[in-house]
Design a binder for this molecule. Structure first.
Ligand code: MRU
Length: 354
């Protein structure tokens, strides 16, 4: 069944702030269902199990999710409110440490909380309202960022070209449209006939399950490949550009993204194919000077050996290593597209861009 994916937000925020509703990405593509989050356990489980995923969607979920939990706790004193805010924020940040949008969003909420306490004192209702409005602003700004990323991104694409991508940096990973896939949606709306080759993205298959699904549902020509086929694709000139998302961009442009991005970037550079990174400036970590300082999330070995297989594909007890992200050095990245424009090496995000 064809579904208008773009008409569903990955993260819907109830206008009263009593719940958020997430598209459960672990069930796709077999089942399209939504999950209602009202309390802490559902939120932390959704983030840990990747029911919601993608750096911007995680930032929106963390901030709006924290607000709905606080609202439902019906806290009476400002000191308890602040205490619970801090505890929840620490818990949420620790679940997925690489995607900086979670931390950046929660730091922004905390600033708003401090400002509101200075203004409203003990009035928990008013303070909470200010914090919740900030969470809504974070989501609305993300929508606008993605539209701008799409506009800047299409200037780098030629009609009829084919884009190679990994993981899912599309609609499901953000508020709306995507980062890496936003220019693809816009280009096709404008008749540029852009095609996509999606790497399956082992071990959690975000490319196979999500990218190929959302593009097919949107009528965009997508071809799914195994990750190991990408070098061959690039060597044969079957892709004109590599476009990926990002989970954290260091101040020097080194970029953390889904595991496998680094190998793709090295291969693309070898064959003279540009690697563009697309992401909102909420993914830039100005406190992190280089990629070496980015903490890479490690996940359970079960994801490599068992998940998505009828039975284990490896001998019981085999040693595994399952980093969820890798870091691409900035010199391999041809351009970084944010809502502020197109930045090029050597990266300085405080400078004007082209
Ligand atoms: O582990 P995930 O699925 O959350 O990883 C997501 C990615 O690596 C995306 O490319 C990144 O978050 C950008 S999403 C617009």
């Amino acid at each position: 069944m064809k579904r208008d994916i773009l008409s569903y937000d990955s993260v819907e925020i109830d206008s009263e702030g009593l719940f958020i509703r997430l598209i459960d990405q672990t069930k796709l593509p077999a089942e399209f269902s939504q999950l209602t989050v009202k309390e802490e356990e559902t939120l932390t489980d959704a983030i840990k199990e990747l029911k919601v995923r993608g750096a911007p969607a995680l930032g929106i979920t963390a901030t709006s999710g924290l607000c709905v939990i606080l609202k439902n706790l019906d806290i009476k004193t400002i000191s308890s409110y602040i205490c619970e805010f801090d505890r929840l924020a620490d818990t949420i940040v620790s679940i997925r440490p690489t995607a900086v949008n979670i931390r950046n969003g929660l730091v922004r909420l905390k600033c708003k909380l401090n400002e509101a306490v200075a203004k409203y004192g003990d009035d928990v209702y008013q303070v909470h309202n200010s914090v919740f409005m900030e969470a809504i602003a974070i989501k609305n700004e993300d929508i606008i960022s993605n539209i701008k990323i799409a506009e800047f991104g299409i200037t780098l694409l030629k009609p009829g070209s084919t884009i190679l991508t990994i993981c899912n940096a599309g609609h499901f990973a953000v508020s709306r449209y995507g980062t890496a896939l936003a220019p693809v949606y816009l280009a096709n709306e404008r008749g540029m006939d852009i095609k996509v080759i999606a790497c399956e993205t082992r071990p959690l298959l975000q490319g196979a399950r999500l990218t190929s699904y959302e593009l097919m549902m949107s009528g965009i020509d997508v071809t799914l490949i195994c990750d190991s086929m990408a070098g061959h694709i690039l060597s044969k000139g079957l892709a004109d550009a590599l476009i990926t998302g990002c989970d954290r961009i260091a101040a020097n442009g080194d970029t953390a993204n889904k595991i496998g991005t680094l190998s793709l970037s090295i291969a693309a550079n070898y064959y003279g194919i540009p690697h563009y990174v697309a992401g909102p400036s909420s993914t830039i970590d100005s406190e992190c000077s280089s990629g070496n300082l980015i903490k890479v999330e490690e996940r359970d070995s079960y994801e490599i050996t068992d998940k998505y297989f009828k039975s284990s594909i490896a001998p019981e007890g085999v040693k595994t290593y399952n980093p969820a992200f890798d870091i691409t050095p900035s010199e391999l990245i041809s351009a970084i597209i944010t809502e502020k424009g197109i930045f090029r090496y050597p990266y300085n995000f405080n400078n004007d861009n082209d």
